[in-house]
Design a protein around this ligand. Structure first.
Ligand SMILES: C[S@@+](CC[C@H](N)C(=O)[O-])C[C@H]1O[C@@H](n2cnc3c(N)ncnc32)[C@H](O)[C@@H]1O
Length: 293
């Protein structure tokens, strides 16, 4: 990194410029993210690679994407791969995203789970697979807390797993701090009930309350792994806006794994744009919601 003097004579850091990846360089990364994350990258993703990953080359003082590829291939630099995964994953999320799913939850899934509650001794187990910065598992927690009531879900009555391959978003999810704007889709009554306003005047934000936070366990793992570090079966799995980025065979692989981790009668919710699958052992309901039969 070069240090230069700016016109007002203060020292500023000037980052070396990085040339865009060549076709061959792009193809190396295309194959890597396909193998490791299951992503299907069209040619249009060349700019994504450049814009999101160039700072990692700068940080490691590497001049070309080929140099960076060789760098992360070395065993001693394996940890750099995580930075690459953090950079190339698309992590957009929001509270109550695709709200129809939460309406369906209240009208159909939760009442059914409540009826079975005594059979399962009140042990509700939900999973948000590809949970990003936490809005999805937290929305599930608000809805469950409101529907089932604190007494039913406390003391292990409800546990929600939030998992992601991106460590940066998981750190944000664990922190559970959101701006006013991020809360705009949360019903006002829940805003008051489930968040505390942090007192930091320079950086006003809302913090998820402990009673909600303790329902959720965030874990880092790759959905493309052959074995997941999970012993539980779930009644409900949300895996929304994850399949969209995957190669067709990897989508099938992931759907099979998710179905395996569902209890009989359990529900799988995919993203609204990810409808159109006919899945073995699953009955399709509306808006990309499936039930295991
Ligand atoms: C677009 S976000 C969707 C977040 C949330 N499910 C929603 O719909 O609002 C997709 C998330 O899936 C995660 N993801 C993508 N591929 C993954 C993989 N192979 N294993 C685990 N997480 C993955 C990304 O890191 C990202 O946080």
């Amino acid at each position: 990194m070069l240090i230069t003097k700016s016109p007002n004579n203060t020292a500023t850091a000037k980052l070396m410029s990085v040339p865009e990846p060549t076709e061959d360089e792009f193809n190396l990364f295309r194959k890597l993210v396909q193998k490791e994350l299951g992503f299907e990258w069209g040619d249009d993703k060349k700019y994504l690679l450049y814009s999101r990953v160039q700072r990692r080359l700068q940080k490691n003082k590497l001049q070309t994407f080929q140099n960076y590829y060789d760098f992360i291939e070395r065993e001693e630099n394996k940890s750099e791969r995580q930075y690459l995964y953090n950079a190339v994953t698309t992590t957009k999320s929001e509270f109550y995203r695709e709200k129809k799913h939460f309406d369906f939850l209240r009208q159909n899934i939760f009442p059914e789970l409540k009826k079975q509650a005594s059979i399962r001794q009140h042990k509700l187990r939900f999973w948000s697979a590809g949970c990003s910065t936490g809005e999805e598992p937290y929305t599930l927690a608000f809805e469950a807390h409101d529907f089932f009531g604190a007494s039913l879900i406390s003391n292990g009555g409800l546990r929600i797993l939030g998992s992601d391959v991106n460590t940066e978003v998981l750190e944000a999810a664990i922190q559970g701090a959101y701006t006013e704007e991020q809360l705009s889709s949360v019903p006002v009554v829940f805003n008051k009930r489930y968040f505390n306003l942090a007192s930091d005047e320079n950086n006003p934000h809302h913090l998820i309350k402990t009673e909600i936070q303790q329902l959720i366990q965030f874990r880092h793992f790759n959905l493309m792994s052959s074995k997941y570090p999970i012993a539980t079966k779930f009644q409900l799995i949300f895996c929304r806006n994850v399949l969209y980025y995957l190669q067709p065979e990897r989508r099938e692989f992931l759907i099979r794994k998710l179905v395996d981790h569902l209890e009989e009668g359990g529900w799988l919710v995919l993203g609204i744009t990810e409808s159109g699958y006919s899945i073995d052992k699953m009955e399709k309901h509306s808006i990309s919601i499936y039930q295991k039969i």
